[in-house]
Ligand binder design. Sequence first.
Ligand code: TYM
Length: 345
Amino acid sequence: QPRVFSGVQPTGNLHLGNYLGAIVRFVEMQKTHDCIYCVVDLHAITVWQDPAALRTQIREVTAAFLAAGIDPEAHIVFNQSQVSAHAELAWIFNCVARLGWLNRMTQFKEKAGKDRENASVGLYAYPNLMSADILAYRATHVPVGEDQKQHLELARDTAAKFNHDFADSIAALGLGVGDDGFFPQPEPLIQGPATRVMSLRDGSKKMSKSDPSDNSRINLTDDADAIAQKIRRAKTDPEPLPSELDGLKGRPEADNLVGIYAALIGKPKADVLAEFGGAQFSVFKPALADLAVDRLAPVAGKMRELLADPAHIDAVLGRGAERARAIAAPILADVKDIVGLLRSA
Ligand code: TYM
């Protein structure tokens, strides 16, 4: 039975990349799947977070989910640290995944930077916690942006190695599902025209929460003036827009802005070029700014309303955590039995 899981870190500055690459897809998946959406606070603390700011940021991501149209009644919305199965399964996966696999993770290399000796152990083990997030629910589909692809591959390898290492135990306990073993192979869903939204200042860098230049990204909470100004100042080349997709090759900034427009309006990039091919950026940028304001302002407004009532957000997370626990607990109990960890009845 298909099940969707995905997560977003509460590390501040939710931006257009998070929104178009992930949150808009989450909303879409609700129509066809049972979905579990998680504010991954345990992942956030792999780098230092001010405690008071972290609490606010957890509520902000939750508010963004709800404002964007995720329904916490029909689906599940919660924060990771309230469901202990994540941390418990992550430990078991720390013992399944291999050092060599983690050594290849490019996100760790980027985030640890040159001072690797001083990175937290949690930052290194981060992908195992992510595998646990997904597999604690035996989720089958994981909507993410392009930058999470390598982590998803590791989750698949971990699921396969667990199934293989414990094949006899899984069979003896009768816990296998079809030919898969105990855990399914979670499938990354990297879809749509905005799977990798780039910085507005540099078409070779992805838009990110940690870029020191606020002009590099559009934050979900930016007002109309800020959005318009950032788009006006976005780096471009001097050529008009092409009419065919091929014409975007070697033009990363143009490609990025067209991709953003396409994702905001919900059409493929080719359709956007059919409309704007031949247009100068002096024409396209104001159209993009209007569209962005039109789509983002209501989300920001709804977020502000929700954040005015933090008790309500906390209650949503509490209920979601309870429902998440009810799914994860029996799966974790099976995992313990499979591994041979004794549980008293
Ligand atoms: P995070 O919090 O960095 O980002 C949340 C989601 O936003 C996507 N994203 C982007 N998409 C397009 N363009 C961009 N510039 C851009 N920047 C970010 C990310 O791909 C992601 O989908 N490790 C994850 C969180 C996580 C998770 C999980 C995801 C923890 N456990 C389990 C899926 C399943 C992360 O750091 O995402």
